[in-house]
Design a protein around this ligand. Structure first.
Ligand code: GLN
Length: 275
């Protein structure tokens, strides 16, 4: 079998979205980028490649997210490692990152990324705004290990540090210009209704926002005056139906707020300036 047939055969076994996923899997197994994959379509496939591909196809057919199988994903046009135990970066979250990048001035700016997971938010801000110093926080060791690898992969080690912290019981000890967070925000009862790929594979700790989904927003808005400078920005990603609730929490605690919608016209980001 040659590479082009290998892609076709893989796609046939995968079903939906097959060609795209098959290409990514073959690129990963053969360690080739897309250009080389296309140019080398006539080269033979080795037995060890077929063997590894069959393992990947098996995992995918059981419903495991492609990103975990590949061990990486793209976010903000950058590459990030992911693994089971860490939330897969979502394209929706790019809106949060773009909003923050737009609002950051060209002066030296310190940023805290709370519940950082893979580190995708803080690391992207560091990559696109060189005048930033970023601190990533998470309670999960797997998340922090992954974030550390992603800091190195994206060459931002000098300006991005990471710390273990349980935001529900403590908070950062210094004050930042910007606090950004995409915390767990799914209501308890809703988690069971999510698609298999999310519910059975992604970490519950990264999804679970308590009974009303607002536990992390409540805690962070209540304590942020301890770690956000006056005039600083607090920026959250939120669920499509949480705009008014989160805005309410922030206004109670002295922020000028703005809600930003995603491409589907759902509320996606709430940003507030601490008065
Ligand atoms: N901040 C990370 C992300 O956006 C993880 C979020 C989470 O664990 N809820 O991917």
């Amino acid at each position: 079998m040659v590479i082009s047939e290998f892609v076709r055969e893989t796609a046939k076994q995968l079903g939906d979205n097959a060609r795209f996923e098959a290409e990514l899997m073959v690129m990963s197994v053969m360690e080739m980028d897309r250009t080389r994959l296309v140019l080398n379509g006539k080269l033979p496939v080795m037995p060890q490649h077929t063997y590894r591909m069959n393992k990947m196809i098996e995992r995918r057919k059981k419903g495991e997210p492609l990103q975990y199988i590949l061990g990486e994903t793209e976010f903000m046009s950058l590459d990030f490692f992911v693994r089971e135990g860490v939330l897969i970066p979502r394209s929706d979250t790019e809106i949060l990152v773009e909003t923050v990048i737009d609002k950051i001035s060209d002066k030296k700016t310190t940023v805290a990324d709370i519940c950082t997971g893979s580190g995708c938010i803080g690391i992207s801000i560091a990559h696109y705004k060189k005048n930033t110093d970023i601190e990533l926080f998470d309670i999960s060791d797997i998340a922090l290990e992954t974030a550390e690898k992603n800091i190195k992969r994206n060459n931002v080690s000098e300006r991005v540090k990471f710390y273990k912290m349980d935001i529900l019981n403590e908070y950062p000890k210094k004050k930042y210009d910007v606090v950004v967070s995409n915390p767990p925000y799914i209501e308890n009862a809703v988690i069971e209704t999510l698609q298999t790929e999310v519910k059975d594979y992604e970490p519950r700790i990264a999804l679970d926002g308590g009974e009303d989904g607002l536990v992390f927003y409540r805690r962070i808005t209540e304590t942020a005056h301890n770690f956000l400078k006056k005039g600083g920005l607090l920026a959250f990603e939120i669920g499509y139906n949480q705009g008014e609730s989160v805005r309410g929490l922030m206004q109670n605690d002295f922020y000028d707020t703005e809600v930003i919608k995603d491409l589907n016209d759902n509320d996606r980001v709430v940003i507030g300036k601490l008065k």
